[in-house]
Write a protein that binds this ligand. Structure first.
Ligand code: ADP
Ligand code: MG
Length: 686
């Protein structure tokens, strides 16, 4: 039997002018209820409010006219039919014409007053308007399509501007009172100069002036941020009160011993990160810290220290990393940092031999203190930690892991340290990682050389190859990188392979070259990487796999082909692979971006080495969209608020939210209660 799923009775399909078809289309925008529809705001506005007289009209202008219909004609043409409507005012007359829409003839009657909005053209020395937006003029009712600041809504196939606008008018007129209640107190609104909510929503759709529109937008943005901050802060409070972690007190002698064991002095940023760790880990409140620092800023040593604190306290610690190569590298590095402290460091990946895996599983269950480094293999069902107190996630540039890490679902809850190499611009940190405390490593370790970066067009590429050849003859090494984009993994691999063959036959014919790409087995890849790290291979041709973690200070040049296909932050990370040794390093971006924006992006890299600045620029050029990938629901966090552009309002509401929460802890606060009630009714999906 064919059982059909019950058709969901959409809250809007029975509204006047909506119907099942339009309801379905609107659902694509997440619009399900009249309230959603009221919050479905225009994408932009057109100012159609300034009326001109016909004698003022000039060809090429886009204008709004009001006049009386003089004649309506349907003219058959050779290939089409044309509707011509002649309108006149005190100063003259002008025809408007539409092609191929004969039914329009019936929309207009002589003597009607109409408003037209559109472009004026000159045709055979005569002025005319072609397919203007039109509306009958009604003395008693303001227009919605013309003669005003007109809303332009986002559309999808099958949804039309005119009909959507009419629907919204209807909904604003009939549903606003029913669906929207002001929840802020008058005193609060007065204090922060906020327009009343239903007025703001009405003005957002059908602004009475640009001034009012600004005030309305401010109110809506303010609401979005305030509710977001209240939700976030409450979540943090909740975390703090609900979960308990094991305290990991750190004796000052350990800190001294640890620092003394290092072959270098910590940077100021590292020192301060260390201090925060000591504070956080000493408490029974679960730590939730983000360690943010450019590639090469020295995050690993901080991770080692945190692990030391856990294991010294007889607990287990886990380090979760995205790739096997990186896991192995972290394993070696961490083991080296912790050598002096006789702490067991173990590795688990998909390639761990079964016997070893069994032994590890047994030891973990028996609560043996250790540091376990691993890929996602670490998250498998049968890996159970008996005494886990710290989880470190190295997400490199991949966001979002911190929200899903199932290792944290334990009692007591493990402390968490998330490491990321993508500097989150100041303007986004509050929202993307709003529930984490942040430590930032802003400076690179001393002795790091700046990497000179050049953008090279095709004509100059041979020169660059010769320059690299000279470096190699001096005993230095180089990377050649090709973009790897998932859908075209195969063709990129071919490109890398082809280039590898070409280099091997031409410029680098007397030199050993290696090739690494995602289609090779881990073993093959490791073999090439190791040969490269030992200096047996001088040039490594690769897809972007080296992006995640190779540390070979003898490499002083990196060539990135088709650089325009990478994101700015990604390019910056790849560039961070060089400039780690004693010799000067150079980065060559090969690329012919077609757009002005593409050129701008490459130019930014040649000018700046500051990961934070680069991320901020990237954000300005590409918008914040990419950063929202972190959210589980995938829906945008805000309807119209933009944390980059509206940053000032975000800061303000954060302060207000903090203040409200603190105040409500001491005394009864009607504002706080009102906002809580509102959030209970309309919870944020965060
Ligand atoms: P990332 O932040 O990219 O993970 P790493 O932890 O891999 O950076 O550090 C990069 C390199 O810098 C490593 O070789 C590390 O030993 C070294 N390093 C870390 N901190 C310092 C420091 N304070 N002074 C000098 N070298 C350092
Ligand atoms: Mg690292």
């Amino acid at each position: 039997m064919n059982i059909q799923a019950p058709v969901e009775t959409s809250g809007i399909r029975f509204l006047k002018g909506v119907g099942p078809k339009k309801a379905l289309l609107l659902e694509k925008f997440g619009v399900r209820s009249p309230r959603d529809l009221l919050y479905f705001f225009p994408r932009r506005y057109e100012d159609r409010s300034h009326l001109k007289t016909i004698s003022q009209v000039l060809p090429g202008e886009t204008i709004t006219l009001r006049g009386k219909i003089l004649t309506v004609k349907l003219k058959p043409m050779r290939r089409t039919r044309l509707v011509e409507v002649l309108i006149g005012d005190e100063t003259g007359a002008i025809p408007a014409i539409w092609f191929n829409q004969p039914y329009l003839k019936n929309q207009f009657q002589p003597d009607q007053e109409v408003i037209f909005y559109g472009k004026v053209d000159l045709y055979q020395d005569r002025l005319q308007m072609i397919s203007p937006e039109y509306e009958l003029f009604d003395q008693d009712q303001e227009g919605i399509h013309t003669g005003r600041i007109t809303p332009i809504y986002p559309l999808t196939e099958g949804l039309f501007q005119r009909s959507l606008r009419t629907t919204l008018r209807e909904v604003v007129q009939t549903q606003l009172e029913k669906s929207i209640q002001e929840y802020l107190t008058p005193a609060f609104r007065k204090e922060h100069q906020l327009m009343e909510l239903s007025e703001a929503i009405r003005e957002m759709h059908f602004p009475s002036s640009f001034q009012k529109l600004d005030e309305a937008r401010y109110r809506i943005v303010f609401d979005e941020f305030l509710l977001f901050e209240m939700t976030l802060l409450k979540k943090i409070e909740h975390m703090k009160s609900k979960y308990r972690a094991s305290a990991l007190p750190i004796a000052s002698t350990w800190i001294e011993d640890f620092k003394k064991s290092l072959p270098f002095r910590l940077t100021a940023g590292q020192e301060s990160a260390l201090k925060s760790l000591v504070e956080d880990l000493g408490k029974t409140i679960p730590m939730n810290r983000l360690l943010m620092g450019d590639v090469g800023s020295g995050k690993t040593v901080i991770a080692a220290f945190a692990a030391l604190a856990a294991v010294k306290n007889n607990y287990q610690a886990a380090v979760l990393v995205p790739t096997e190569i990186l896991a192995e590298q972290h394993y070696r590095t961490l083991a080296r940092f912790l050598e002096a402290f006789s702490i067991p460091v173990e590795l688990i990946t998909a390639s761990t031999p079964p016997a070893r895996r069994e032994r590890l599983i047994a030891e973990l269950r028996q609560s043996k203190p250790m540091l376990l480094v691993g890929t996602h293999a670490l998250l498998q069902e049968d890996i159970r930690f008996g005494k886990l107190s710290l989880v470190i996630v190295d997400e490199q540039h991949k966001f979002g892991v911190h929200q899903r890490c199932q290792l944290l679902n334990m009692n007591p809850r493990p402390h968490q340290l998330v490491m990321t190499a993508t500097p989150i611009p100041r303007t986004l940190a509050l929202t993307v990682y709003g529930d984490l405390d942040v430590s930032a490593l802003k400076e690179l370790p001393a002795g790091r050389k700046p990497v000179k970066t050049y953008w090279i067009t095709r004509a100059k590429q041979e020169d660059v190859l010769l320059r690299i050849l000279q470096k190699i003859q001096k005993g230095e090494q180089a990377y050649f990188i090709f973009p790897l984009i998932e859908e075209t993994e195969k063709s990129d691999m071919l490109a890398a392979t082809r280039e590898y063959e070409r280099l091997k036959k031409s410029v680098f014919k007397d030199i050993s070259i290696g090739l690494v790409h995602g289609r090779l087995s881990t073993e093959e890849r490791n073999r090439s990487m190791q040969a490269f790290n030992r200096g047996e291979i001088s040039v490594l041709v690769a897809t972007s796999v080296i992006e995640v973690g190779v540390d070979n200070p003898n490499t002083t040049a990196i060539v990135i082909e088709n650089a325009e296909r990478f994101g700015l932050s990604q390019l910056h990370q790849m560039r961070g692979r060089i400039g780690r040794g004693v010799n000067p390093s150079e980065c060559f971006l090969f690329g012919e971006p077609k757009t002005e924006e593409g050129k701008k992006r490459l130019r930014i890299l040649t000018k700046s080495q500051d990961g934070f600045l680069i991320a901020e620029e990237d954000l300005k050029l590409r918008g914040a969209g990419d950063f929202w990938g972190t959210r589980q629901s995938g829906e945008p966090l805000f309807h119209i608020a933009n944390p980059v552009l509206d940053y000032e309002i975000l800061l303000k509401t954060r302060k207000i939210a903090l203040d409200l929460i603190h105040r409500s802890a001491r005394e009864s606060s009607p504002e706080w209660r009102a906002i809580q009630n509102h959030l209970e009714q309309f919870p944020l999906r965060y």
